[in-house]
Design a protein around this ligand. Structure first.
Ligand SMILES: [Fe+2]
Ligand SMILES: [Fe+2]
Length: 260
């Protein structure tokens, strides 16, 4: 059985301070196998925000895997956005792409869908290159049979139906299709600040897009929170935890059948 805490969009600098402190206590008490943060660690990519993020992450007991989001590039600083958009992230946190974590139950890969600049007006939207999907599938194909294959990126590759905002990932639908056909079990994302779980409409229908909400004050119609993901041989159970102002409570659950 695998247990993953999936957090996202903490947006240090604009975080919900009480919820973020309580989340660390929750993690210490519940001891997931792995804590994942799927991007937007900061609000404006400021060094001071990364320092706060690094301090909070340094207090986590167990292993973690973090991928950047669009807010983790320098908001002010066009030259830096062009030549080294993730250098602040990498100095404070770790590699911005290519992270892999595995135990006997699962293999988790991180893909960076954020970009410093793009040839379109809205640079906050995502992109995934075919080579990033090649790399991901190559890693996941090396996992033992029965091991859960997990992909982490910031932007949902396919839009959440009825979601509070879009990700409009360039190459997202093609990547989602290939990940389904390649046997990935879950694609974990953030960005829209609302939790969800749904089967991607490709392959055998057993690859799930799962989004975590936000722990920032930038709520979009859903309380601040994060997801707990628990698996056994047959099922993936996703529980969205919501911050009530004093503690976390179960907000919604999804029970998803695993690929045989
Ligand atoms: Fe965000
Ligand atoms: Fe984002």
């Amino acid at each position: 059985m695998a247990r993953i805490a999936h957090l996202s969009d903490i947006h240090f600098g604009g975080e919900n301070e009480a919820a973020v402190a309580a989340a660390r206590s929750w993690l210490a008490a519940n001891k997931p196998d792995l804590t994942i943060i799927s991007g937007d660690l900061t609000s404006f990519g400021r060094p001071s925000e990364f320092a706060r993020a690094a301090h909070w992450i340094g207090g986590l007991d167990g292993p973690w895997l973090i991928t950047p989001g669009n807010h983790d590039t320098p908001y002010l600083g066009l030259w830096e956005r062009l030549v080294s958009p993730f250098s602040r992230f990498e100095r404070a946190i770790g590699p911005a792409s290519g992270e892999v974590w595995a135990n006997a139950e699962m293999m988790v890969t991180a893909v960076n869908t954020a970009r410093g600049m793009q040839f379109r007006w809205n640079w906050s939207k995502g992109a995934i290159a075919p080579g990033q999907t090649d790399w991901t599938l190559n890693i996941l194909h090396g996992r033992p049979s029965g091991s859960l294959g997990v992909v982490v990126c910031h932007h949902p590759l396919a839009e959440m139906v009825g979601g509070p905002m879009t990700a409009r990932v360039r190459g997202g639908e093609a990547a989602a299709c290939r990940l389904c056909e390649g046997g990935a079990d879950m694609v974990l994302t953030g960005h829209i600040h609302a939790p969800f779980a749904m089967a991607l409409p490709y392959g055998d229908g057993r690859t799930y897009a799962v989004g975590a909400g936000t722990l920032s004050v930038r709520e979009r119609g859903v309380p601040a929170g994060f997801n707990l993901i628990e698996t056994d041989q047959n099922t993936i159970a996703v529980t969205a935890q919501a911050w009530t102002g004093s503690n976390f409570e179960v907000w919604r659950t999804w029970t998803l059948p695993r690929r045989a």
